[in-house]
Design a protein around this ligand. Structure first.
Ligand code: CDP
Length: 559
């Protein structure tokens, strides 16, 4: 990424009065979080070297009057007008500070059911979602980014079909990602092919909805434009670290944080591409940064300025933090390991296991130094006290990975060459640095002289611009093509298996898109969902290339 683009993002989003560089931001954030000079200097080094970055709200608000540092929130939505509009208000307060909100709307009675107080009929959850959507439109998050929401409906809610179709027209409820919360019972019926079986009966209207109509609705929606996402209720709750506090039915906007109502979570990501030494993982450095990151994120829970008291109370009860990885595909590229290989998955699983283990250990140390999280008794941590009921997650790292100039989260690189406009509409050609370095080596070995080598390089880059891939370039060695695959070159099975490899050692969940080719069929989408369920994912997003009109995939003009 060119420094001009990174500079414009820093300027538009993160700089505060008196600041002019990324280092200034790191200094402000480190000072706000560190307990003494040593810790301030350690935190600064972690961020300024791009080994670790906290989520955007921390970079924006730490050390300022706003002081709201978390990216993820979930809220409670009840069935009364008072409760619904309380949630609208709380959501607005959260968006104002740069956070995103998740809501499960299943408490709201279905459309057509009676309303005692007015002797009228209920308008159902989907009509209320439009109110939340409009409120989001008017509140631009902290003036710095657009508000994001997750809207969830349980698969056993009578309005499920209307919900699934609520984003059929692009532009409707545009500030929401929507996800259906499915349970094992539903998935078992699907797998058994019991499509004609009645799944839900509307108590007032008597309308019956079959398993097949819900399942086909989900598949049709995903095939048409990538929505709804799917969340696996039973898996989320089997892995709930604090079942003593109840069941979880909601996640934050990008799905990586299943949370109790009113909980919030601060995220931070280690840039794996910075932890390689002589073709191997530098475990000593990774351990050090993991420990510092856990301390940093835990500190935020106490320094945070919470939008409403209920959120402060719920957050401090479990003290969840969300430490994850970014730059994962970059690390694989440097190591020369294909993303879609057993070796790639093994490396990722082992690395995540290591980060998770060290993260838990540091949280344990913190519990001894300070105290354990208050809801420890009856939780999964009773025998090994920790300060944070959940330590790890995988965030999308949409903006912080641009700052760190690394591949986002655990996603494969989308394109190795593309053009991008900065805020003043100046166009830049962006070449992935590892790709360029390795391509240079290859063209030198294939070409007879310098000018031929230049020509070959140009041809390869032009092909990537046109087709998005190097796979069709005949003269490139197979080894190179095997490693430099893009998100679209990688088959859906490998996408799912990579997510599953990480999920084994992640307490919360994972933000990831399962990319599929435009030619993918509805049957293929069905196979993805069933594999994801068997592989114990907590949720997933599927996107069929080119299916969304507004995101017409312009390989040459976007990342
Ligand atoms: O990279 P950055 O820290 O900006 O954020 P991310 O990792 O892409 O997203 C992390 C979380 O921030 C999301 O899951 C949302 O909860 C929240 N978010 C938001 O509220 N609004 C956005 N425009 C983007 C992210």
């Amino acid at each position: 990424m060119t420094s001009s683009i990174i500079d414009s993002i820093i300027k538009a989003r993160y700089l505060r009065e008196g600041e002019s560089s990324f280092e200034d931001i790191c200094r402000r954030v480190a000072k706000a979080m560190g307990k003494d000079e040593k810790e301030i200097s350690d935190f600064y080094e972690e961020m300024a070297s791009f080994r670790f970055l906290p989520n955007s709200p921390t970079l924006m608000n730490a050390g300022t009057k706003l002081g709201q540092l978390s990216a993820c929130f979930t809220l409670y939505v009840g069935d009364s007008i008072e409760e619904i509009f309380d949630a609208v208000k709380w959501g607005a307060l959260i968006h104002k500070t740069g956070g995103g909100t998740g809501y499960n709307f299943s408490n709201i009675r279905p459309e057509g059911e009676s309303v005692c107080s007015t002797e009228g009929v209920a308008s159902g959850p989907i009509s209320f979602m439009k109110v939340f959507n409009a409120a989001t439109d008017v509140i631009k998050q902290g003036g710095r980014r657009r508000g994001a929401n997750m809207g969830i409906l349980n698969v056993w809610h009578p309005d499920i079909l209307k919900f699934i179709e609520s984003k059929k027209n692009e532009g409707d409820i545009s500030n929401f990602n929507i996800s259906v919360m499915v349970n094992d019972e539903f998935m078992r019926l699907v797998e058994a092919g019991e499509f004609d079986r009645t799944w839900i009966k509307h108590s007032d209207t008597g309308e019956e909805i079959t398993v097949g109509s819900v399942w086909n609705g989900i598949i049709d929606g995903i095939w048409a434009n990538g929505e709804p996402g799917v969340l696996f209720y039973d898996e989320i709750n089997r892995k709930n670290m604090t079942p003593n506090l109840g069941l979880i039915d909601t996640t934050n906007p990008c799905g990586e944080q299943p949370l109790f109502h009113f909980e919030s979570c601060v995220l931070g990501s280690l840039n794996l591409s910075k932890f390689l030494i002589e073709g191997k993982l530098d475990k000593t450095a990774l351990e050090r940064s993991t420990r510092l990151a856990v301390r940093f994120l835990d500190e935020i829970i106490d320094k945070n300025v919470y939008p409403i008291p209920q959120i402060e109370e719920a957050t401090k009860k479990t003290r969840k933090i969300g430490l994850g990885l970014m730059g994962v595909h970059d690390a694989l590229l440097i190591l020369g390991i294909p993303y879609d290989s057993l070796e790639g998955r093994k490396f990722c699983e082992d690395t995540m296991e290591f980060v998770n283990k060290i993260g838990i250990d540091e949280s344990h140390r913190l519990s001894e130094e300070k105290s354990e999280f208050p809801a420890l008794k009856g939780s999964a941590w009773e025998d090994y006290a920790v300060r944070n009921a959940a330590v790890t997650t995988i965030a999308p790292t949409g903006t912080i990975s641009i700052l760190a100039d690394c591949s986002s989260g655990i996603e494969p690189v989308f394109s190795y060459a593309y053009t991008r406009k900065d805020t003043v509409q100046k166009t830049f050609e962006i070449l992935h640095p590892i790709f360029e370095r390795e391509l240079d080596k290859v063209v030198k070995s294939v070409a007879k002289n310098a000018s031929e080598s230049e020509e070959l390089k140009r041809e390869a880059i032009d092909t990537v611009h046109k087709t998005g891939s190097v796979q069709g370039i005949k003269w490139l060695p197979d080894d190179f093509k095997r490693i430099f695959k893009t998100a679209l070159d990688i088959d859906w099975r490998s996408h799912v298996l990579m997510q599953a490899a990480f999920q084994k050692h992640v307490h919360a969940s994972i933000s990831k898109t399962i990319n599929m080719p435009n030619s993918a069929t509805k049957k293929d989408i069905e196979s993805v969902l069933l594999l994801a369920w068997h592989e114990k994912l907590k949720g997933l997003t599927i996107y069929r290339t080119g299916s969304r009109q507004s995101v017409v995939l312009e390989l040459s003009s976007d990342s």
